[in-house]
Structures are given as C-alpha cells and as structure tokens.
Ligand binder design. Structure first.
Ligand code: ADP
Ligand code: MG
Length: 356
C-alpha cells in the first residue's frame, strides 16, 4: 500500500451460489490501488464483477477473502454507515416525498450536524450541481438528468473520502450523457474527492478516467491511463474491447513472426514494448488506423468494401481468409476501390503481441 492511496484493494475474491448448486466467482483475486484525488474508471462488459467490487468497497457485500483499505485503514469490518464512502447508483434512489433540499439534507441530519451547517452544506451542494433554484421541488418535478444531479449533490454533501458511481449515466440519453460526463469531471476536479466510476462504455471510460481498470470475467486484466491501455493492450480481450483491433493469428520461430497471408512481420512494424516472442502460436493486434494499404497488382490483399464515414475511408480488405478493418484518412484513398489489389503492411511500431 502506498501513502497516497485512497483505496487499496488486495486480492479480493467474492463468490455467489447459483440456483443450480454451483458457484459464480464474481471477483477473482482482484487487486487495485486507487490514488487519492484521482478519477478511476472500472470498465468491463456486463456481468464481469464491477458492481460486486463497488458493493464490497461500500460494505454492502463482504468479500470471501482479501483486504480493502480506505486511506490506509482496513475497512472490511467497518459497518456501511461508518465508512466514509458514498455511492451513486444508476437508479437515483431519491426519496419521492421529500424536496430536493430535504433529500440532500437527510444524510447530514442522520449525522446530527447543526442545522445552520446543514443548510450551508445543502446550499453549497446545490450550487455545485447547478440546481440552486430547484431546492424546493420534489424529484417527480425534475428531469432524469436533474434527478441524477440531486443524487450526486446528496452524495457530495457528505464529503466522502471516496465517491462510488455505478453506471450513473446509463439511464440518460446520449446527448445528456456527454454533458454529464464533462460535469462529473468538473465536480471531481473542484472537490478533489476520489471518484471511482463503473461503466461498460469504453468511450465513457476513455474520456473520463485518469486511470482505467479493465475487467474480464471477475479479474482486472489491465490498469493504466486511457492512452496506454488503448496503445498497449496486454490481452486479446483488452485490444478487442477498447477501440477496434485486427487480431491476427501467427506463429513465432527464432524471434521471427509469420502470419499466414502476410509473411514475416517486419521488425520495425512491431511495437517497441513487445517482448521477443517465444516459439509457438502468437496473436498480433493492429489498430485499423495502423494498417497501411499500397495499391499493388501483385499484392496480398483485395479490397472488399470501402465507405466514407465522417471524412475517413473505412476499408475492409481480405487477406486469404482473414478480413481486416482499415481506416484511411487523407490523399491516396481514391485508389482503394472495391476489387483493387493492395499490399497490406503495418505502420512502424504499431503491431503488438497480445496474450490470448
Ligand atoms: P457487473 O456489474 O459487471 O455487470 P456484477 O458484479 O453485477 O457484474 O455481477 C458479476 C457476477 O456475479 C454475475 O455473474 C452476476 O450474475 C453475479 N452476481 C452478482 N450479484 C449476485 C448475487 N447477489 N447473487 C448471485 N449472483 C450474483
Ligand atoms: Mg453492474
């Protein structure tokens, strides 16, 4: 555990019994350090264990094994209400019979804060989420986006060490969601509260997180800044789940990589971070924007589809039985008509060996 960790999660495992008498391992030895004051995003497809981890942190679920520290203090045995952690759920869970201001004040009243202080904190929280004029309304008199802001204000007013957000924006339509993403970034910066946000939306994760932790079936398979996770995916799953990737199966022998239909992959095409491959089967990941197509009547590829989308040419090229996805911007793309023969290569340093 490092001194600046807000949360330190070590080898947390959680299983649930299934109705069939078996068990599902929702979390499989998950470890994660969340830096104090950071915006960390847990990203993964539905059912991979994200909510279970948040519930373990919040104390709504207890791990089978492992340890969770909040600001250096073990919290596994601390009851929910004593943990300085608040959660914002997708369903806003507001009290319908209370006004907005009463909803925000509720938790502070539970903490038995003086009235004047509660009023001041409620006012500040409303201002923070830009709802100062709507304190007297009831939740039913607000839009979905406004209700979400109230839920946020209620959580922030408690000044938690860590704010957990479980897919908080998924009920909002796309345009509102983009706006709220920026809003959440701003709130995190202004409050310096550590945010841990769960999402299955890779764009959301990439645009919001200082750090992204990618989940695959109950395990964290990669943690890093968004750019690093995109540029240097460690596994096939990460390469495929984040952005788009061509995953090419080949074989390594004596440090050379051969991909059927492509021949030997040039050394300079391989990313610098790749370790020299062991002899045997390998998977090489290449992003669509890093596939280079050169018109060539003796080429190894045939263009099977070419479509302009938003100024980029999206090309599908067949190399033997393999179909590659390619993005081409700028000049030269007019030669890439359907049926054209091309030599298919990879941009320098862009091909990466990924774990199966
Ligand atoms: P996510 O939030 O990533 O969609 P969850 O953490 O909700 O995933 O679920 C992870 C796995 O654990 C799933 O297979 C889910 O069905 C199972 N699970 C979660 N909560 C329970 C529970 N209370 N009882 C039984 N199985 C559960
Ligand atoms: Mg979930």
């Amino acid at each position: 555990m490092s001194a600046e960790s807000a949360l330190s999660i070590r080898e947390v495992t959680k299983t649930f019994p299934t109705p069939e008498g078996g068990e599902v391992r929702a979390l499989d030895s998950v470890s994660l350090e969340v830096a104090d004051g950071s915006f960390t995003v847990l990203l993964g497809p539905s059912g991979c264990g994200k909510t279970t981890l948040l519930r373990c942190i919040a104390g709504l679920e207890s791990p089978d094994s492992g340890e969770i520290d909040l600001k250096g203090q073990r919290i596994d045995d601390v009851p929910v209400w004593k943990r300085r952690v608040n959660t914002v759920f997708q369903s806003y869970a507001l009290f319908p019979h209370m006004t907005v201001a009463q909803n925000i004040a509720f938790g502070l009243e539970m903490d038995k804060l003086p009235k004047a202080q509660i009023q001041q904190k409620v006012g500040a929280a409303l201002e923070m989420v830009r709802l100062s004029d709507l304190g007297a309304r009831r939740p039913s008199q607000l839009s979905g986006g406004q209700q979400q802001r109230v839920a946020l204000a209620r959580a922030l007013a408690k000044e938690p060490e860590v704010l957990l957000l479980d897919e908080p924006l998924s009920a909002l339509d796309l345009k509102l969601r983009r706006g709220m993403q920026m809003e959440l970034k701003r709130l995190q910066r202004e409050t310096s509260i550590t945010f841990v946000l769960v999402t299955h939306d890779q764009d959301e994760a990439m645009s919001m997180g200082d750090l992204v932790a990618v989940f695959d079936s109950g395990r964290i398979v990669q943690v890093g800044p968004p750019r690093e996770v995109y540029l240097s995916p460690r596994t096939r799953f990460v390469a495929d789940f984040i952005g788009e990737a061509n995953l090419l199966e080949g074989a390594a022998a004596g440090g050379r990589i051969d991909i059927p239909g492509f021949g030997d992959v040039a050394d300079e095409a391989m990313s610098a971070g790749s370790a020299p491959p062991q002899d045997g089967p390998v998977i090489v990941a290449v992003r669509p924007e890093n596939v280079v197509l050169r018109p060539d009547p003796t080429g190894n590829g045939t263009i099977v589809d070419a479509t302009f989308i938003g100024g980029d040419l999206h090309v599908e090229v067949a190399v033997g039985d393999t179909l590659l996805s390619v993005r081409q911007g700028g000049p030269g793309s007019e030669a890439l008509a359907v049926g054209a023969l091309v030599r298919v290569g990879f941009a320098p340093g862009s091909a990466r060996i990924v774990e199966p």
